[in-house]
Design a protein around this ligand. Structure first.
Ligand SMILES: O=P(O)(O)OC[C@H]1O[C@H](OP(=O)(O)OP(=O)(O)O)[C@H](O)[C@@H]1O
Length: 221
């Protein structure tokens, strides 16, 4: 990847508020001191274009072949669209819930059995969303072999996705952006160390039978 563009992208993510420190909860119920809110990218077209460009670079550098693109709902829809426009590749989208009227399909758009579908994600925690999305796409006879995320929180999702026969790539790892913010003087070394320590201590291992964190009464996300 183009290092200058990558650094500019990290600067932009921080500037638009995608990196938040405080007390947040993930969908698993895990309380976290750092939250990467990449949904905010939709409000910044230049950053959205940049995300698409960087993903395109990963595709080219790794010779990833695919027929169609699918964003993991909902956070990655816009990024998948940016990539679709920049690569001139068609897109489908997968619903979270089936409708009880109309065509009642979970996967919308034009595709045919055997098409290879590249999955796009915004943030990977445990890879559950990528794996659930790929399961549905596979039920619809699509071939899912590659997924690219903007950010990997480095909590085990990469491995769990790869265990599902999906080659996984990310523009950034959580530690990359934290180190970059220290270099830019935006956060202290101590803040970075404690955050990385938290992430390391909360890695999901495939040997665990299930992810079981207590759900908070008020889920902030
Ligand atoms: O790797 P995972 O453990 O699945 O976690 C990551 C997923 O969680 C977030 O989505 P969320 O479930 O909050 O839904 P949204 O995109 O509709 O907001 C995020 O956008 C990823 O899709």
């Amino acid at each position: 990847m183009d290092r200058t563009e990558l650094e500019s992208f990290m600067d932009n993510l921080y500037e638009i508020g995608c990196v938040k420190f405080g007390e947040f909860y993930l969908s698993t119920g895990l309380k976290t001191p750092v939250y990467f809110d990449l949904r905010l990218i939709v409000s910044h077209p230049k950053v959205l274009q940049q995300a698409g460009r960087l993903i395109k670079q990963i595709i080219e550098q790794n010779n990833i072949n695919f027929d169609i693109i699918c964003g993991v709902p909902y956070g990655a829809f816009a990024v998948a669209t940016s990539l679709s426009i920049q690569t001139n590749k068609p897109m489908v989208f997968k619903r979270k819930e089936i409708k009880d009227y109309g065509c009642k399909k979970m996967v919308e758009g034009v595709y045919k059995a055997g098409d290879s579908c590249l999955l796009i994600e915004d943030v990977v925690v445990y890879g559950t969303s990528i794996n659930e999305t790929s399961q549905t796409l596979r039920e619809y006879k699509l071939n899912v072999t590659h997924a690219i995320s903007i950010l990997d929180r480095e909590q085990g999702g990469c491995q769990l996705v790869q265990d599902n026969q999906i080659n996984f790539y990310s523009i950034l790892k959580a530690s990359d952006i934290l180190k970059h913010l220290v270099n830019r003087g935006k956060i202290s070394q101590a803040k970075m160390d404690e955050t990385i320590d938290f992430l390391n201590k909360n890695v999901f291992k495939a040997s665990q039978s299930s992810i079981s964190f207590t759900k908070p009464v008020v889920n902030e996300l």
